[in-house]
Ligand binder design. Structure first.
Ligand code: FAD
Length: 497
């Protein structure tokens, strides 16, 4: 069996931070030699158990994952990444790759292996003439938006500031400008990537085109991206914000919302929130803690035209709060900051929908009402627009025809009852199964075979072929994994052949 497949034993998770590597683990491969090599070769910091930075460094956004890596390598450049890939391969170390750390499945950390932490790689180079940018993976989308904003430029990305460039860009990128400018991968010109053999290659439409295809939606399966070149687009002022309604008429509001949002011009991207109204100053005190429907909007064209387009969404009932106003694009992220408390446990499920039926909306509203609590956030996005005009086989993200996406999440402190939070998440997810079709890799939690819902059979087969070519021993397996079949063939070969 290839060494990469050998599961490492669990550390004793005793919560102590001042233990030495040798006493941390039982039945654990002894990686001391590998760690010594890394310590002498990489230019970035190597954080080991006992280092004051270890406790924070071992954690990721989803607090459910309480893991103890043998070492965390904070890379400063692609050369560091190459060194680590070579050492991890040679010593068969489990490898986690982390940019912004938001993987719902906690893939950005592990117990007993190595974490490549790219969060220090934050260079951004903007070419105003070509309207392009080179982004390093450790940037967050909030940081990117802030840099581009004064230049009147932007790049379509997600809806939350702290999400990392690395993970989102390899998965797809569905956010506030998805209908106007497509997925983030649709703006990619090239990716610099360290492959499993330690080579740094630049993949684009002209060089390594199949790898470039797979990197756009295939997640971190084919290498470690050290930089992305993207085409920018206009992005100064937008008409953005949210309007909140009482959820008593949620079903009618959602029916009208889906119809209006799908028929709107591409400049308008939207997202609906179903939740308990937060104790925020803009919510009247008597409505705080009651179920509400919030419609978030981002209109990227002329503001007065946007006012006209958005108006019907603001008149679906009597709003309890209307925060829609002209604002810088980067300000949209401030509105979602409430949903991103790092270290909370996070339970989520997500599904794509080809279309919206009254029955599907009825089911969504009923199921959401049945679980709603201060920990619940159910979101529904109407897709389409520029994202849907890219051919399904142009990138590894093939769900171009999907009209909708639902994400149901429960966030809570670690002391909360995880079983109950998970059960409530699953209840909404299961209720929607009869209407759902497909999954988004960026929102997949630890869900095993649901990877097959992310990639239709043709796409999956093409990704497996690419994996066989670029990572036949599955060095990069702490991700939504495309399993190579080349390794299985190797295993089946008689010894000595
Ligand atoms: C609060 C929240 C909001 C979100 N909102 C959106 C949204 O609006 N739209 C959207 O599309 N997605 C969204 N996502 C999903 C997000 O895109 C994915 O979770 C993404 O993988 C996170 O990227 P990261 O770099 O922060 O995470 P990480 O945990 O660092 O990375 C996730 C995985 O991606 C791979 N990876 C990361 N960086 C690299 C790299 N440089 N090279 C190779 N592989 C790499 C690794 O396999 C890693 O395990 C959201 C997630 C959260 C938690």
């Amino acid at each position: 069996m290839p060494e990469q497949y050998q599961e490492t034993a669990q550390y004793e998770q005793n919560g102590q931070t001042d233990v030495q590597i040798t006493s941390l683990q039982k039945n654990q491969p002894d990686y001391r030699e590998a760690i010594e090599i890394l310590a002498s070769k990489i230019r970035g910091e190597l954080i080991l158990p006992g280092n004051p930075a270890y406790e924070a460094g071992r954690k990721v956004w989803n607090g459910s994952f309480d893991s103890y890596p043998a070492a965390i390598a904070r890379c400063v450049d692609a050369e560091d990444v190459r060194t680590i890939v070579n050492v991890a391969r040679a010593y068969a170390m489990t490898l986690s790759v982390r940019s912004g750390g938001h993987s719902a499945a906690g893939h950005g950390t592990n117990t007993g292996g190595l974490v490549i932490d790219l969060s220090q790689m934050k260079a951004i180079t903007i070419d105003l003439v070509r309207q392009t940018a080179r982004l390093e993976p450790g940037l967050t989308w909030g940081e990117v938006a802030k840099e581009l904003q004064p230049l009147g430029l932007a790049i379509t990305a997600g809806d939350v500031a702290s999400v990392g460039v690395g993970g989102l860009l390899l998965g797809g990128g569905i956010g506030w400008m998805v209908r106007a400018y497509g997925l983030t991968i649709d703006r990619l010109q090239a990716v610099e990537v360290v492959t499993a053999d330690g080579q740094l290659v630049r993949a684009s439409a002209d060089a390594h085109p199949e790898l470039f295809w797979g990197l756009r939606g295939g997640g971190g399966n084919f290498g470690i991206a050290t930089a992305f070149e993207v085409n920018l687009h206009p992005g100064g002022a937008i008409l953005g914000g949210a309007v909140f309604y009482e959820a008593t008429e949620a079903e009618r509001i959602l029916r009208e919302y889906t119809r209006l949002a799908a028929a709107a011009p591409d400049e308008l991207s939207t997202e609906v929130l179903f939740m308990l109204a937060p104790p925020a100053p803009f919510i009247p005190p008597d409505k705080q803690g009651t179920p509400v429907v919030g419609i978030m909007v981002c209109y990227t064209g002329d503001i007065s035209e946007g006012e006209r387009v958005v108006a019907p969404l603001r008149q679906l009932a009597t709003p309890i709060a209307d925060l829609i106003a002209p604002m810088p694009y980067s300000a949209m992220f401030a509105l979602t900051a409430v949903g991103e408390i790092p270290g909370f446990q996070h339970h989520s499920r997500s599904q794509f929908f080809e279309t919206f039926s009254d029955e599907m909306i009825h089911t969504l509203v009923e199921a959401s009402h049945s679980v709603v609590s201060p920990e619940t956030l159910v979101t529904l996005r109407v897709l389409g627009g520029a994202m849907s005009r890219v051919r399904a086989d142009a990138t590894a993200f093939a769900h171009r025809d999907k009209q909708g996406m639902v994400l149901v999440s429960h966030f809570a402190p670690l002391s909360a009852d995880a079983t109950s939070l998970d059960a409530r998440t699953q209840r909404v997810f299961r209720a929607l199964l009869p209407y759902a079709n497909g999954a988004y890799v960026g929102f997949l939690a630890d869900e095993g075979e649901r990877i097959r819902e992310v990639y239709p059979p043709d796409t999956y087969a093409r990704l497996v072929a690419l994996k066989n070519q670029y990572d036949p021993t599955n060095l990069f397996h702490r991700n939504q994994n495309i399993k190579p079949t080349a390794t299985l063939a190797l295993l089946a070969e008689p010894v000595g052949s």
